[in-house]
Each structure stands twice: as C-alpha cells, then as structure tokens.
Design a protein around this ligand. Structure first.
Ligand code: G3P
Length: 217
C-alpha cells in the first residue's frame, strides 16, 4: 500500500520523506487554509520535494470552471493530480482532464456507486472518506472493501485512495482490505510506530543495560 501524506505542512512532509514514507501528498482547501500559504506557491514547493502524485483541489463547482482551474493547477508540475469533487460536474471535469492525460483524484466519495461512476469517468484515484462515515456511525472500512470488490470484478484501474484516516488502525485495516493508497495526517503515520509492549520492553532493556554496564560505542 502506498502512503500519501494528507497535509500542506512542508516541514512535516520533509520529515517523513527523509524516511522514505512519502509516496505522494494530498491537499485540500482546508489544509491550504491551515498552512496559511498561497495555494500555488505551497503546492509548487511540495511538488519539488516529492516525486509521487501531489493532489491539488479545484474550488469551482461547475465543470467548465473546474476544467480551467484543473489545467492551471496541472501547470504547476508534472506530478500534480487535479482533485475534483464527486458531483456530476466533477465527473465531467474528470473525464475531460483525464482525456488530456492529467492525473485526476475524485474526492468526497461516500458510496460504492459514486466510486463506480468515478472509475467509469476515468479517474486516476478515488478518495473514499473513512473517518467522516465513521463519524455518522457508518462503516468507512466497509466502503473501502466494497469498492475493492467492485473494481476487481471489472478490472477498473482507478486507484483506491483511502482518505479521512484518523487512526493507525485505519491504516492497517486499509492495507488488509487492499486499498492501493492511504492518505493520512503525519501524526497518524508516526503513530503507526507505537505499541505499549514496545515501550514496556524498551524500559526493561534500558534498565538491564544500565545494570550490566553495557557500552557499545
Ligand atoms: O483526505 C481527506 C481528509 O483531509 C479529510 O480528513 O479528518 O477532515 O475527515 P478529515
């Protein structure tokens, strides 16, 4: 499973990138707002840092304007994936932009039917939002499994990009189901390293090393 980082914080991307943990980056208007930076400037900086796809989202709601914005975003760098919302206009924009050879990430997906439409429109990525479904007492992971089954039934090449990931558990569950990509905030990716038994075991080793007077360098 590929790891995308869901942030526009360039310091956080750099830290994870140095460990080989960044296969791509996803942003959205809320993350751009959080960064406090200009969308074109910060997106260019991110594209220069990572070789994988960097999703940058349109803000228009009608297809024609989405296409114009998508073309402008795609000029930033070759690794831009234009992000469009899963609306009928978003699907129209997806079809036009993918026919032009651009990568397109269709976002705000909350149902298997929406994912099926995105694949038919040629999407490079479909972004089902797990956490926001869980927030409504629905099952976000079940949606990932349903989309996996549907795409595999018919050989759709659209990549399942699990999004709105809130916990390390979401990451391992997505990997078990077979999501192609999971995009998560930096803190969630780092939390995957944590285990209470690792901490406990390390405490004991530190104590014993001290008692044994072990010195290595
Ligand atoms: O990738 C989508 C993500 O940014 C949304 O996450 O936690 O706001 O639902 P969240």
């Amino acid at each position: 499973m590929k790891f995308f980082v869901d942030t526009a914080d360039t310091d956080a991307i750099a830290e994870l990138n140095a460990l080989g943990m960044v296969d791509g980056v996803t942003t959205n208007p809320s993350l751009i707002l959080k960064s406090g930076r200009d969308i074109l400037e910060v997106t260019k900086e991110i594209c220069d840092m990572v070789s994988g796809p960097v999703s940058a989202e349109v803000i228009a709601l009608d297809a024609e304007s989405m296409i114009a914005e998508g073309r402008k975003l795609a000029e930033i760098a070759e690794n831009i994936a234009v992000k469009v919302p899963l609306t009928w206009d978003g699907l129209k924009a997806c079809k036009v932009l993918t026919d032009e050879g651009k990568m397109v990430n269709v976002t705000l997906c909350f149902s298997a039917n929406q994912a099926l439409l995105a694949a038919k429109a040629g999407a490079t990525f479909i972004s089902p939002f797990i956490g926001r479904l869980d927030d409504l007492n629905m099952d976000g992971l079940e949606l990932i499994a349903d989309i996996r089954e549907i795409y595999d039934n018919y050989g759709f090449e659209t990549n399942i990009l699990a999004a709105s990931i809130r916990s390390a558990n979401h990451m391992s569950e997505c990997a078990k189901i077979g999501a192609d990509v999971a995009t998560a905030p930096p803190g969630v990716i780092k939390a995957m390293a944590n285990h209470v038994l690792t901490d406990k075991g390390l405490d004991q080793f530190v104590k014993d090393a001290k008692q044994a007077g072990i010195k290595i360098v």
